[in-house]
Design a protein. Structure first.
Length: 405
């Protein structure tokens, strides 16, 4: 089975933590690229002469493709050097961002986003299993946190970063800036990442065994789908939400989303501290926060103070999603971390795709309020599922590990 221990031993790099940081920057770059259109949705839609709902395809299309590519990369990569794979994908990411910046129409933009989807699936899948290759065994946990911290940071900072650049220089320059960042991260990888050959890779059969036989893993994947889809149903359209519901002027969007990002970083660290010992309770708290967010927007979010406060609470809740659910997955399959990571990445991105797509259809058909109600329903379902898992833990506490034990 493909785990960090199943890879061939390689020499640790002289600056191991610089290498870990480089991989974290790779995940930051690709997830920021994924999220970039969210804060720029309205101006992109205006420039390309498309509806806001149709513009949501820029989020759903690459996410769906990333879900397909993540397990395929793990299976197909075989003994290929992971360093070469990461460097190649970063080069493609630079090209994809450049193409997005130059897009004259929707077709061109979606073609560039297809390439983004390929990079997303590959980088997430490869990066997830690299911690044990880069640092000594006692430091693997911290290294994994840093690598996936790039995902968390991008999830909460990527949108406001794009919004601020877009407000000052236009949305095309936001994509151009990401192309430059991708190139710099590629140069860093070439300088500090060592050769990372592997002895063997995962098989399709092993993926099937985990999906069929590992109940805790199944629950974690379903929680991931519900929470991520519900979040992105609304967050894909956060700009029009803040403009039309909370009544903010356009020049405040960048600052508001940066405040959201700061709250998200705080949520990431808070969830990371608690999730190691109380994983299920952490996920339940996140689900409750994501349930309250749309409800509060519908009740008190129609003022500047109310909408801004709810946005901060939203960032705090969603900031813990990546680390909370990843902790669940790793504990659910400690002997198959690479497989669990690939499955998690796949379902996470399916959630993004389904959420942004369904959100676009709901916004076009029923407006922003209808979209908020539906997103709240998905978060409520996740909360009930996590509660059921918690009750099962209490009944089986004397048996094998369950999340939260």
């Amino acid at each position: 089975m493909s785990t960090p221990a199943s890879v061939s031993a390689g020499a640790l790099p002289r600056p191991p933590w610089l290498a870990v940081a480089a991989v974290g920057l790779a995940t930051f770059s690709v997830v920021t690229t994924e999220m970039l259109p969210v804060g720029l949705l309205s101006p992109i839609a205006d420039t390309l002469d498309i509806s806001t709902g149709t513009a949501g395809l820029m989020i759903s299309l690459p996410a769906l493709l990333a879900a397909l590519f993540a397990p395929l990369v793990v299976i197909a990569s075989g003994g290929m050097d992971r360093r070469r794979i990461l460097c190649g994908l970063l080069g493609l990411l630079m090209i994809a961002n450049t193409a997005s910046a130059l897009a004259p129409g929707l077709g061109w933009m979606l073609a560039a986003r297809v390439l983004v989807g390929f990079c997303m699936g590959g980088i997430w899948a490869i990066a997830g299993g690299l911690a044990a290759r880069l640092v000594p065994g006692h430091a693997v946990g911290l290294a994994t946190s840093i690598i996936f911290g790039g995902v968390a940071a991008a999830s909460v900072l990527g949108v406001p970063l794009g919004a601020v650049i877009g407000d000052f220089a236009g949305w095309r320059w936001a994509f151009g800036s990401m192309a430059l960042l991708s190139g710099l991260v590629l140069a860093l990888h070439l300088a500090v990442i060592p050769a990372l050959p592997v002895a063997r890779s995962a098989t399709l059969r092993q993926f099937g065994e985990q999906l069929v036989a590992n109940h805790t893993l199944q629950v974690g994947l379903l929680l991931t789908l519900l929470l991520v889809a519900g979040h992105f149903m609304v967050f894909t359209f956060v700009r029009p939400l803040l403009l039309s519901v909370a009544g903010f002027d356009a020049q405040w969007i960048g600052a508001l989303l940066f405040a959201y990002g700061i709250a998200g970083i705080a949520g990431n660290f808070l969830a990371g501290i608690v999730a190691a010992r109380r994983t299920t309770w952490t996920v339940m708290a996140i689900a409750l926060g994501l349930l309250l967010t749309p409800v509060l927007f519908l009740t008190v979010g129609n003022t500047h103070i109310g909408g801004g406060t709810v946005l901060l609470a939203w960032g705090l809740a969603y900031g813990g999603v990546s680390v909370g659910l990843m902790t669940w997955m790793i504990k659910a399959a400690p002997g198959a971390v690479e497989i669990a990571t690939a499955l998690y990445v796949g379902v996470f991105n399916i959630g993004i795709a389904l959420g942004s797509w369904a959100g676009g259809r709901t916004v076009d058909g029923f407006g922003l309020a209808g979209n908020l109600w539906l997103a709240g329903g998905l978060a409520a379902a996740a909360l009930l599922l996590a509660l059921a898992a918690s009750l099962n833990e209490q009944k089986a506490r004397a048996g094998d590990w369950r999340p939260g034990s």
